[in-house]
Design a protein. Structure first.
Length: 269
């Protein structure tokens, strides 16, 4: 029996169990994927408790992607941005499949030479910024807390042209960015139903990507469509990062469409 799960706080919005359980069933693997709400002061207990109980792997979501790094050895992109969303509990190795998920979500879009604004300097923000840098974009990271934003940019500058911009002055960037990415929880079910930038900033922007997937039609996505921007939904990142995590745990490349259909069904209920 294969035991997998996701930890976060809160966790009720997650459709990862539906997505991964569909993949397990489709691949004929006897296993189960569960969601666990973990209070921040119990993170270490949760990780090592899952290992002790025989879990093969965990996904990690808000607000633990950065704090969980102290418990695992970092591999690949996780080592670059000190952010983990997937743990192999057998080897105690942490991976970041969000970077892969962002690249897959944005595949088919020419981003070389573009200027991208990433709002948020947490785990999702650093993953989105690294993916965009790898795809040839200049990245501006805007964050409410200046110290955290500057720390993220210092880390990311090793991989491309990346600058920090205070979120309080983000309107000054109007007309100067081609891509806007929301990597904050704003718009997520259970969080404030707001958009992370002034609506007028979206005028003339080519592409808007919201990493939030629940609800699928976030306030930012609605506003971007209204202003004629191309949009990319957070569900695309979710499914592809999940498929890569599944492959890490099982050695099997799952059917992405099976996972996506299960996620979409879960979002409808």
């Amino acid at each position: 029996m294969l035991y997998l799960g996701v930890i976060g706080y809160p966790i009720k919005h997650s459709v990862s169990p539906a997505m991964h359980n569909a993949a397990l069933q489709h691949e004929g693997i006897e296993g189960i994927y569960l969601a666990f709400e973990v209070k921040p002061d119990r993170l270490r207990d949760a990780v090592f408790g899952a290992k002790a109980l025989g879990f093969r792997g965990l996904n990690v979501t808000i607000p633990f992607k950065e704090s969980v790094v102290e418990f695992v050895e970092l591999e690949g992109e996780a080592a670059k941005i000190k952010t983990v969303n997937t743990i192999d509990l057998v080897e105690m190795v942490g991976y970041n499949t969000d970077v892969y998920g962002v690249k897959a979500a944005l595949s088919g879009t020419e981003l070389g030479g573009k200027t991208a604004l990433v709002v948020g300097a947490g785990g999702a923000g650093k993953a989105a910024a690294l993916a965009l840098l790898d795809m040839g974009s200049t990245v501006i990271v805007a964050n409410r807390t200046e110290e955290k934003g500057r720390e993220a940019v210092e880390m990311l500058r090793r991989y491309g042209e990346c600058i920090f911009w205070p979120l309080s002055r983000v309107e000054e960037l109007k007309g100067k960015v081609d891509v806007v990415v929301n990597a904050t929880p704003l718009g997520m079910r259970g969080f404030k139903a707001e958009i992370p930038v002034p609506p007028s900033m979206l005028d003339g922007v080519e592409l808007v990507f919201d990493t939030v997937y629940n609800p699928m039609e976030t306030p930012l996505i609605r506003e971007a469509k209204r202003r004629g921007c191309k949009v990319v939904y957070g569900i695309e990142m979710l499914v592809h990062q999940g498929a890569k995590a599944f492959e890490i745990w099982t050695g099997i490349e799952p059917d992405v469409e099976v996972m996506k259909e299960a996620a979409l069904r879960a979002l409808r209920f």
